[in-house]
Structure formats: structure tokens, C-alpha cells
Design a binder for this molecule. Structure first.
Ligand SMILES: C[S@@+](CC[C@H](N)C(=O)[O-])C[C@H]1O[C@@H](n2cnc3c(N)ncnc32)[C@H](O)[C@@H]1O
Length: 263
């Protein structure tokens, strides 16, 4: 199995949609028509959930009418949040076929299909035209991608001049070795966390200029402590979350945001 198949197999479990719709039903909602917010962030697979998405959107200057590319869009929670809460028009691209199918279905059921669309594809070869977006977001995706130079070259290609790239990933801060499983990978085979400096270098190689960087370790620790208490989002395996929390506490890994623009 190549690396892209391994990533898709890691994320696609076959019953993602059913589990999300059951959560809506259990909360008293109608699974055929509901508001994006009724999913309570269960469709956003990153530290901080919807609150972190709002922070990233504000820092990236995303607002009404912004054309946003969501690279590694997962179940589409980030894309729907940017459309529903900020008025953006969003195109999500993701490698995992099941996530793309779930993202489309949830977007229909939440009435956002007019402003959000999804395509199955790779961040390393975006099936999209040059200079067609005002902003791009990469939220907890780079940990699965070895070739960050190529990912950022592709992001830079589809951004218009002046367009903003917001990267919010788990990055490598200290020396030491991660313990697996982690939420994005069962083993080191599909896991490539790198230091913020490696990201900045790759962004520079892609012709993008870095504007700012922010680490949110304390919030990350709090978020994981709460997630572990409540059984984890989508029932995500406890050991993966516990290993990530240990790595945060040890200063080995941390959530980091980097903002850059295409000159
Ligand atoms: C941890 S999830 C984050 C999903 C979403 N950004 C969110 O915050 O909810 C990582 C996602 O990256 C996708 N992914 C990993 N490698 C990719 C690649 N090379 N191209 C496109 N998507 C990729 C996975 O399929 C998965 O949906």
C-alpha cells in the first residue's frame, strides 16, 4: 500500500456519516436538515475545534466573499464554518474518499451547498486553476505530508498575488521520539511532524513570505484534557489522544499557526 492509500485507510472507517448523524439525532435534531453548529465541532478534526477555526479565519482576514481553499478538508467542518460563520466561499480538497463523501452529504443537509464544494484529490497535485483563491488554509494536514515543499508550491500556485496561506498544524518542538498511535497516524510510516523552521523554509522555497507565527500549547493541553474526559471526538481512540497529550506536556509537539502570503 502506498502512503496516500495508508492515509486514506487511517481516516476512512466506513461509518463516519452514520456516527455524525446519530449524534445529531441524539441531541434531538433532524438528521436530514440541521445547522452546521449542531454537530458541535464533531466534524472538525483539530485541536481547538470551531473556536480555533474562528481564530485562524480572523487572523487570515477571511470574511464575506473571500474565496478560500481548504487543503485537507476532512469531513468539511472547517469549510462549513468558514462559509456559515464568515461568509466565505470555500472549496475543500481531501485525499480520503469517505471524508469527501461525508463532507458533501453534511454540506447538503446543512444547506450550505451554495457556498461550499469538495473535490477528492491530493494537496501535492491540486486539481485547481492557478491564482484562483484569495486564501488557503491547511488545518492539521501537514503531519501526514512528507513533501511540504511541494504542498506549499501547490498552495502558492493556486493563490492569487496577495493571497494568504494559513497553516495550523501540530509541529515538532523538541528533541525526542513520538509514541504512536497519534491521532493522524498509527505509526511513523505516515507521520512527518516537522519544526516551525522547516515549515518557514518550505514556505520560502514556494515563494511565499511568512508574516507571523503563534504557538498555542497551553490551549492545546486544555483541549486534549477535556477531549479525553469526554471520550474523544468521534470516539477517536483514547491512546492516540493520550500519546498526543503526553507529547504536548513534554514539549515535544505543539499546535502552531503560521501565516504567509504570496507576494
Ligand atoms: C486531521 S485531519 C484534518 C481535517 C480538517 N482539516 C479538519 O481540521 O477537520 C487530516 C486530513 O488531511 C487529509 N490528508 C492527508 N494527506 C493529504 C494529502 N496529501 N492531500 C490531501 N489531503 C490529505 C486526510 O485525508 C484528513 O482528512
Amino acid at each position: 500500500m502506498d502512503y496516500e492509500e495508508s492515509v486514506a485507510e487511517h481516516y476512512g472507517s466506513g461509518d463516519v456519516l452514520e456516527r455524525l448523524l446519530a449524534a445529531v439525532r441524539n441531541a434531538g435534531g433532524d438528521p436530514d436538515h440541521f445547522a452546521s453548529a449542531d454537530l458541535r465541532g464533531a466534524d472538525q478534526l483539530h485541536i481547538g475545534g470551531p473556536a480555533a477555526t474562528s481564530r485562524v479565519a480572523a487572523r487570515a482576514g477571511i470574511g464575506a466573499g473571500t474565496r478560500v481553499l481548504d487543503i485537507g478538508s476532512g469531513m468539511g467542518g472547517v469549510a462549513r464554518h468558514l462559509a456559515g460563520e464568515f461568509g466565505a466561499t470555500v472549496h475543500g480538497v481531501d485525499l480520503t474518499p469517505e471524508f469527501v463523501a461525508v463532507a458533501k452529504e453534511l454540506t447538503q443537509r446543512t444547506g450550505l451547498a451554495g457556498s461550499v464544494e469538495f473535490t477528492q484529490g491530493s494537496a501535492l497535485e491540486l486539481p485547481l486553476a492557478d491564482a484562483s483563491f484569495d486564501a488557503a488554509v491547511v488545518v492539521h494536514v501537514g503531519m501526514n505530508i512528507r513533501d511540504k515543499d511541494r504542498m506549499f508550491a501547490e498552495a502558492g500556485r493556486v493563490l492569487r498575488p496577495g493571497g494568504i496561506l494559513a497553516v495550523y498544524d501540530i509541529m515538532l518542538l523538541g528533541g525526542g521520539t513520538e509514541t504512536y498511535p497519534l491521532p493522524w497516524a498509527a505509526s511513523a510510516e505516515t507521520s512527518f511532524p516537522q519544526p516551525p523552521l522547516a515549515y518557514s523554509d518550505a514556505l520560502g522555497q514556494a515563494g511565499l513570505e511568512v508574516d507571523s507565527e503563534a504557538k498555542t500549547l497551553a490551549e492545546g493541553i486544555e483541549f486534549l484534557e477535556r477531549a479525553l474526559d469526554s471520550g474523544g471526538p468521534l470516539g477517536l481512540a483514547g491512546p492516540a489522544l493520550a500519546n498526543l497529550l503526553d507529547a504536548f506536556r513534554a514539549g515535544l509537539l505543539a499546535p502552531v499557526e503560521i501565516y504567509a502570503h504570496r507576494p
